[in-house]
Design a protein around this ligand. Sequence first.
Ligand code: FRU
Length: 467
Amino acid sequence: MSRDVSADPHRPQYHFLAPSNWLNDPNGLFQWRGEYHLFYQHNPEAAVWGPMHWGHAVSRDLVHWEDLPIAMAPTPGGPDMDGCWSGVIVDDHGVPTMIYSGNSAVGQRACLATSTDDLRTWMKYPGNPVIPEKPADLDVGHYRDHCVWREGDTWLHLMGAGIHGQGGTALLYRSSDLRSWEYLGPICVGRAAETGEIWECPDLFTLDDWHLLLVSPIPLARTLVLSGTFDGRTFTSVRTGEVDAGGHFYAPQTFRDDRGRRIMFGWLWEGRTNEAARAAGWAGVMSLPRVLSVGPDGRLLSEPLPELSQLRERRRVYADLALPREETVVLEDAAGDSIELDLTIDPGDAARFEVALRRSPDGGEQTVLVYDLAAGRLEIDRSRASLDPSARSDPFGLNWAHGADRLIRLRIYVDHSVIECYAEGECLTTRVYPLRADSLGVALSAHGGAARIVSAEVWDMRSIWGA
Ligand code: FRU
């Protein structure tokens, strides 16, 4: 059932989302014969979580998307009768092959499907599920989601899980044909108090000399990145970080494109009530595509995909603008709810500076990115983001020891209810729902000292739909 969702002022225009109703995890990211495929967890019946299907869209540039019919639906009586949950697609000697979690009364089980028409339609393997039972030697509770790759003639496969009384884990399997799997054991087990009880959506990949393991732990509701080494059996982590510190980013998936780039999409969940989502007719949006790299210390670095610059329209430039102590400087011409900002700031002797977005002229509504140099903290303050008391207003942030001695570059994407901030490799993404139609302003301010805008470029951003 499709609904007219276009009337909703909170609906993003240049972030990917479903034509209507519910979206969660990105699935099956795959580049095939000149097309990028983005599948996603989708409830086509309502704007709330429900029986999962795989929605589907294709793109030639990872920026503009075309919706395709639903690719996967539950089969009555089958191992996925209650939902086709998250999974991946691999190239099995020229045959696009999907491994996903079929949901039924027994829980989730690994299932397989193949496509012979360029990923448009899928044939479920009659022998599903391909891994019928959980490992017998461990007390595994939740058990689902997949990361599959090939080494030589061998397929390796991680499934996310939780071990009762211990913590989240990723279980390793191997196969020569993707259909019959041998269980090898957990690649590592986290401590529940630190990295959660269950790891959803494990994704393991290499960048430079590092192995990086992304996991979305229950109940933490954020995505962690473990940096370390994987020796083929065991993953040894030396560093744990957060993929996006804004509190709305979850269950990402990555893929390697034909230029060798590691590209990630994540699910940005809503910050409004289920009732508000139902009334709007849609819920859930993808992050912008992010290109990943790794710092010398193993830190994950995320940058917006450079091709997104195609969406830029009218450009405004500000240079060398003073930010006097305790004064609010409104960038009059920068206003918008579909804009990109590229800011270079000299913090001067300020103890804190702020960038206010989606700001009403009187400041009654505004979402504020706060960099507190004294505390070494970068935060998104949503306390005044919306006059709607039911919209989420809690702050999120990270410790960020950038220091006062260097210029600071911030790249910010405002797209209606989505704000993504990139701070030199760190990400903070939030969701906001301002009620006032004039909550469009951009303003900067310095506190406890004076700072300077070295340069600010602002663009209106075009929609990713249509020509
Ligand atoms: C993560 C997740 C996955 C599961 C899917 C179901 O958000 O819970 O573990 O496969 O969503 O929609």
